[in-house]
Design a protein around this ligand. Sequence first.
Ligand code: HPA
Length: 265
Amino acid sequence: MEALDIPKVLADFAPEVGLILGSGLGFFADDRIEVEGRLPYGDIEGFPVSTVPGHAGQFVYGRLNGKRVVCMQGRFHFYEGYTMQQLTLPIRLMAQIGVKTLFVTNASGGINRSYTPGDFMLLSDHINFLGTNPLIGDTSDDGVRFPDMSEVYDAALRMKIRLLAQTKGLDLKEGVYLATTGPSFETPAEIRAFATLGADAVGMSTVPEAIVARKLGLRVIGISCITNKAAGISKNPLSHEEVSETADRVRPQFVELLAGAVSLA
Ligand code: HPA
């Protein structure tokens, strides 16, 4: 991969922590960051532009409890038609400007029957059900060719986050996230199959970014907002509106959890 031509303002800011704010979770940047600047994706040469409603499509950088952070307000999804290489470009950019820890957030459907909409789940691991891999064709020497994936989501930092949740009285779940391409939601038969495979939640993002981040040596944490019960577990049809409504409803708790987690990085 060619090195990206990164606007100097962002490179000079040298963030230590990167955050990807998922569906309906972009408000975090407005609610908690002491913003120093914004950089629309369209201003970065070679960068794709997000097409999902509710995804602003910009980097927001600034400070969070003194830490220099850069947030992606709006991310790219495979179902939007981007290539795996395109949708993981932001991770390469973050690594290039010195980000060491990446927090990836998403909205997901709860497969585990003990999960209720509004719960948060720390990703303990993932299942790549996308049928492809963002490192295919990548021959660059910015990491090993066959990266180890036995601990994608940093166990030591996860433990600290669990303790933090406990002290805040927040019931933080921890489980396995399975990524599908979307954009259709799953069928009940698929959800039964995914449960058998060991998945606790299902979504349409996160896994490509996490894989590339690990190749580049970043420490990764994944936090999912369970916005709905998965197909067949829910009595109702699934909709993007339900996903957004739940994300909105738990906004204060999400902000609290993520801000606390970032301060532990
Ligand atoms: N399935 C897939 N992706 C999702 C879901 C779901 O139920 N909820 C939020 N994102």
